[in-house]
Design a protein around this ligand. Structure first.
Ligand SMILES: C[S@@+](CC[C@H](N)C(=O)[O-])C[C@H]1O[C@@H](n2cnc3c(N)ncnc32)[C@H](O)[C@@H]1O
Length: 253
């Protein structure tokens, strides 16, 4: 079913067939057509970084509204800071359900609110939930309430990749979801950690890609050479690159 041409007629049919959603042109077809618009099942879903542009990022459109009360509320979880936009939270929920990660590695713990949110999401959405490991230099900022049986915090200076516990990385089961939200040596860390990733694992780089400067463009070339593709379902689900990780929802091929 095509959404673009004959859209009015399509909507008319959808309304006419309401409330029988299963009729041709009913609401069920409408929802299926909408999901194809956001590229969930398309053959061009995975794209090379070099083939992507940078038009329309979340940064320009959303950041001016961050001072509002609504924005502040969206950035907490169970009373702890969780510095993620509502859009990205929805994308992670979908990815955790789709990927069924056995390991989530978070770089940058802050108060521990995001680690707690990842651990809860994993427990809710994964049939065989594993572990969340969150890394930060300033672990004294982690709140006592950021506790979960699947969540472990590690004190690590991410400016030195040798600080990672190699034995831990070797033993953690796949699939992995790595979320880099520490903004330290992002491509050195990517190069180091990507060797531990296997086909199908995901690596999300938050915030820094919004700069889209030379470091980012060059870094994404490295990402491409390392065999990663951009999952455009996640980058473009709410509009082209309307995420805190533009061109940086990466899947190892
Ligand atoms: C943007 S915050 C993380 C936000 C958190 N993931 C969330 O969504 O609520 C970035 C974190 O990176 C940590 N950080 C900064 N420099 C670091 C370093 N050299 N090594 C490890 N962590 C570092 C900071 O302490 C801070 O907690």
């Amino acid at each position: 079913m095509k959404l673009a041409s004959g859209y009015e007629a399509f909507l008319e049919a959808a309304h006419k067939n309401y409330p029988d959603q299963t009729k041709p042109g009913g609401n069920l077809d409408w929802a299926i057509a909408l999901s194809s618009v956001v590229n969930a099942e398309c053959s061009d879903r995975f794209a090379k970084p070099s083939a992507r542009g940078w038009k329309s990022s979340l940064h320009a459109k959303l950041f001016p509204s961050y001072s509002t009360k609504v924005g502040a509320l969206a950035m907490t979880y169970k009373g702890l800071m969780n510095v993620k936009t509502p859009f990205d939270l929805a994308l992670y929920t979908r990815l955790i359900w789709e990927l069924q990660p056995r390991t989530i590695l978070e770089l940058g713990s802050l108060q521990g609110g995001s680690g707690l949110w990842f651990a809860d999401q994993m427990s809710l959405l994964c049939e065989n939930p594993g572990e969340v490991h969150s890394f930060d230099l300033h672990t004294k900022c982690i709140h006592v309430n950021a506790k979960h049986p699947r969540l472990t915090f590690h004190q690590v200076d991410l400016s030195d990749v040798a600080a990672f516990d190699r034995n831990l990385l070797m033993r953690l089961p796949h699939p992995w979801l790595v979320v880099d939200d520490a903004h330290v040596q992002i491509f050195s860390i990517f190069t180091y950690l990507s060797r531990f990733l296997v086909s199908g694992d995901y690596y999300v780089i938050e915030d820094d890609p919004m700069r889209a400067d030379k470091e980012i463009i060059d870094g994404l070339q490295l990402v491409e050479q390392s065999g990663f593709l951009i999952d455009t379902y996640y980058t473009d689900a709410f509009g082209s690159n309307f995420t805190s990780a533009p061109n940086a929802w990466l899947r190892k091929s």
